[in-house]
Write a protein that binds this ligand. Sequence first.
Ligand SMILES: [Zn+2]
Length: 460
Amino acid sequence: MDLLIKNGTLVDNVGMYPGNLGIVNGKIAVIFQGNKGYSADQEIDATGKLIFPGIIDSHVHFQLQDMGNTISTDSFASGSKSAAFGGITTFIDFADQTRGESPLKGFHARRRVADGQVAIDYSLHISKTDLEFLDEIPELIKEGVSSFKFFTTYSWRNLDLTDAQLISFFKEVRKHRGFVIGHCENDSMVQYNRKQLIDNNKTDAIFHARSRPHLVEEEAIQRAILLARRTRVHLHLAHISTKQGGDLLAQAKLKNQRISGETCPQYLLLNEKAYTSPDGYLNLMSPPLRHTKDQQALINHLSVGTIDQIVTDHCEFSRDSKGGGKLPFHEVLNGIPGIETSLPLIHELLVNSRKITYPQLIQLLSTNPAKLFGLYPQKGSLQIGTDADLVIFDPKLRQEITPQTLHYNIDWNPYTNFLVTGWPITTILRGGILCNNGEFVGQPHRGVFLKRKHLNYMSI
Ligand SMILES: [Zn+2]
């Protein structure tokens, strides 16, 4: 046996139990209790620790080229390394179609940037920004991409699809048994509000939130749900930020619509007060931060299973890239870091407060994303024969979050001074130890591209 993890408590999506776990050739080979006489090349004593399946973050932007020529501060190499420190073993990034250009070409270009660079396993979604090249969808699915993102906003960046285009797009994706991911905000409302605010010199960070009030998200989600229902495509709602968004997802599920949704740690832990500090501009993201009542509603939707998963929408920019506080809100690059702190923050917020159980934590952060995005059972569980992607988690370790203790390339963090009890101490990718007690000890570029399965609509 290559590696034996002894005396820990195994936690998966259905339960938790004391046990030992043995790894052979990168796969989970044996799970047992007591002393069965196994020996291994390497042993880890996990007394007092929890053993989770590797965490999956299915909404990440590394090395993102945003407005103009600014590229986000982390590369695939550095970003995936910080992810590993946070217990993440798989991430899904995006290959954005440039309007008028082939998404298949964009997909291969993005792979050329990421392949051979990543510390953990990864996959890609395609962002579709026009109706050209719809005929490439079957080819993309063959390449292992089953999920196609659309935007209902960002017309000023040539990213949005009109309602009529969405219908054709949804039908085509459905035909080939892929599914769609919606960034849902009402474009004309955002444009109108922005203009009103800018014309009145209201350009501080807080006005970013005012330009995208709750109705902006609620209307666009409702419309996307209707169009997806009529075209019978599976709709996944990206980064739900409002109570109304969560409620609409719940209603659609009650009607047995094929639908799923995600939210992010920032919408659970931060609120729009974060825009009023001198550093408020750093927290600009879309959708924006909301109110405490939205946080509570989203937590309720997570605890009862309406919202299926938590992702980070990680997108890291330096203070300088974000304009150093000197730019009007509509010129500030959107995005915050989050991939390294997601597991400990969600553990603190939801498990330590007993709002969810440990198996629910694993559902939200590992099993559900693996199932939804076509990676299960290779990823997302602790079953024999599956990839030995594991996190050893110390539920008693107290940490204060600061930019210095994390591994990003920036000197700020939205969760600075947050205190958590519980921290990932060892991260294992396909049997190889990547991080141990704050040190990166693995091969830096061992991650591979994962071809994902597409949805089986027949089982609905
Ligand atoms: Zn995003």
